[in-house]
Design a protein around this ligand. Structure first.
Ligand code: HEC
Length: 119
């Protein structure tokens, strides 16, 4: 039979490690949606949802939206990302490329908000 003291110690040991584990779990659960749902800097338009889901899995969306590329360059980049494993189907490919080229192209709205780069 355990003494009351031993039971007490056992209880606190279990209780404490459980709350630490719970705390870590909730940290993970809280941070995943924070990353996945950061679409605030994506302009509205056809393909937005596809880009938001397909391009945020491995890196920040900002990795893509920080760039200003021509449609050809975006097609190259998206192909590379698909090779890495980005979930873009063949039928979504042109939608995704068009969305990126429209909103993050060399003359896109996002490009105009930054100082013109010397060409
Ligand atoms: C399967 C993982 C994965 C997904 C999903 C993904 N990427 Fe990437 N991306 C990477 C990796 C890894 C790198 C860094 C390697 C590199 O720079 O070539 C990268 C780098 C980039 C870069 C920087 C490349 C450069 O040359 O500066 C851009 C732009 C980019 N990704 C855009 C996108 C877009 C757009 C999508 C959605 C279609 C996407 N990524 C989805 C893995 C991914």
């Amino acid at each position: 039979m355990w003494s009351v003291k031993q039971m007490h110690r056992k209880f606190f040991k279990n209780f404490l490690s459980r709350s630490v584990r719970l705390g870590m779990l909730s940290l993970i659960y809280l941070s995943i949606p924070a990353i996945a749902q950061d679409t605030s800097n994506l302009p509205d338009g056809p393909g937005k949802d596809k880009v938001a889901t397909a391009c945020s899995g491995c890196h920040d969306l900002g990795q893509a939206t920080g760039q200003h590329q021509s449609a050809e360059r975006w097609a190259d980049i998206v192909s590379v990302m698909v090779n890495y494993g980005a979930p873009v189907t063949d039928s979504d490919f042109s939608t995704v490329v068009r969305y990126l080229a429209t909103n993050f192209g060399p003359d896109g709205a996002a490009a105009q908000s930054k100082p013109a780069s010397p060409h």
